[in-house]
Design a protein around this ligand. Structure first.
Ligand code: ATP
Ligand code: MG
Length: 415
């Protein structure tokens, strides 16, 4: 799949942009603060609904406006045309009928009712300076990395996550409303039992997906990391969730010799039901054991919303012990694993965005990156187009690279 044209309306510093792009390498160059990152962010948002830079949709609206719209015209691998369009509006916008903010997603000129029907259509992998956050920052960045990757491959996972977040918000609202003077503890207990039972059920399914994908990411990222670093250091990634859960899952898979089946085509319905039951019982027991604490603090202190992936280099947690260069290499290896996993599961080739990444990588890392990208449609941003000649030669296929100059929210294609 490749993008034929990009349309932005009131997105960041773009009032209106309608741009045709090439099917191979597209290079956007210009001075700082002209709109290069904003453009690729617009492309990413049009395909994935959320931004890689911010979780606030209001940040994306051009200052002084009340809505943004981002659209892509695409050509699929079989030559057929398709389109995606995402519009977000604030409560002040004329598009808001009920005085609330909202979003409209259009796929092939028809409204997409569910986000899960929209986000898998056009897969984009973005490499950006923010990737470093996955290695060095809070667990929420690693959860976002994992959730985004699995959601691109599995719409059902996205739905599981949405249901989990909705139930958790409802449970948290109940926890906040409980006062120690509450006169009906048994009623509260009954309500909490209901939420915990449903949350445990969803958690088991989410854990089963997360464990598998963390294993895949670990294997693939470790291989990429080895080839970039010359095999000197060993990268490993572990899934960290509610205590005892990973152990129970591994025991089940080993005892029944089901590991390979689970990792490849998936467990049979009856095995899936058995392990799901074991995991949801464990989660439920854990939620019950912290209930008094959670009532006291008015929070959900335990659960898969606190999951993390632990990234280690030669056995040491990278977040705490590794140098900036080591962290950057690990972030690159993780993103290359994302690209490889999407290629494994999705039939069409993902589109790639490289936002200002070349300036931060040395020659070996740059070449590892570009050699993984041959043949794909690529969007590159940089301040100096002359700095990436050799990389372009490796990446571009039969179609020559196209250059665009970005200045103050305007883009001009070079003839
Ligand atoms: P650099 O080379 O430094 O990475 P860039 O070309 O990638 O620069 P962008 O991040 O795209 O620059 O930002 C360009 C400009 O957009 C900045 O001056 C920023 O203030 C502006 N900007 C950001 N958000 C909005 C918004 N919501 N409305 C209007 N302008 C915005
Ligand atoms: Mg930028």
């Amino acid at each position: 799949m490749f993008i034929k044209s990009i349309h932005l309306e009131n997105f960041r510093n773009y009032g209106r942009l309608d741009l045709d792009v090439g099917p191979s390498v597209n290079i956007f160059y210009g001075n700082n603060a002209q709109g290069k990152t904003n453009l690729v962010e617009g492309i990413y948002v049009a395909s994935s609904v959320t931004s890689h830079r911010t979780s606030k949709d209001t940040d994306l609206i051009k200052f002084g406006e009340n809505e943004y719209k981002v659209s892509l015209d695409l050509i699929d691998d079989d030559g057929s045309a398709c389109s995606l369009s995402s519009c977000y509006y604030t409560e002040k916008s004329e598009l808001s009928r009920n005085g609330r903010p909202g979003r409209t997603l259009i796929r092939d000129n028809a409204p997409a009712d569910k986000i899960s029907e929209y986000i898998g259509v056009c897969n984009i992998v973005i490499f950006a300076p923010e990737d470093l956050n996955i290695v060095k920052n809070a667990p929420s960045f690693r959860r976002k990395f994992l959730n985004t990757l699995i959601s691109k491959i599995s719409p059902s996972y996205f739905n599981l996550l949405s249901n989990y977040s909705r139930l958790l918000a409802q449970k948290n609202a109940l926890l906040k409303s409980i006062r120690s003077s509450d006169s009906m503890p048994s009623l509260v207990d009954e309500q909490l039992n209901f939420w915990d039972y449903s949350l445990a059920d969803l958690s088991a399914e989410i854990i089963l997906k997360r464990y598998k994908f963390v294993k895949l990411i670990s294997d693939i990222a470790c291989r990429h990391h080895g080839s970039i670093s010359g095999g000197k250091e060993n990268l490993s990634i572990e899934y960290n969730t509610i205590f005892g859960v990973v152990g129970a899952l591994e025991t089940f898979l080993t005892k029944n010799s089901k590991y390979d089946e689970y990792m490849s085509k998936g467990l049979s319905e009856s095995d899936y039901g058995r392990i799901k039951g074991i995991l949801s019982d464990l989660v439920l027991a854990k939620l019950k054991s912290v209930r008094n604490y959670d009532i006291d603090k008015h929070i959900s202190s335990t659960g898969i919303h606190r999951d993390d992936i632990v990234i280690k280099l030669d056995g040491l947690v990278m977040k705490s012990f590794s140098s900036q260069g080591q962290q950057r290499t690990a972030a690159l290896a993780l993103k290359l694993s994302e690209l490889e996993i999407i290629k494994m599961f999705v039939s069409s080739t993902p589109i790639l965005i490289l936002d200002d990444v070349f300036s931060e990588l040395d020659k070996t890392r740059r070449m590892s990156l570009v050699s993984a990208m041959k043949g794909a449609q690529i969007f590159i941003t940089c301040t100096d187009k002359n700095m990436i000649g050799e990389e372009i030669d490796v990446m571009q296929g039969a179609n020559k690279a196209a250059f665009y100059r970005v200045e103050s929210g305007n883009i001009e294609a070079e003839a």
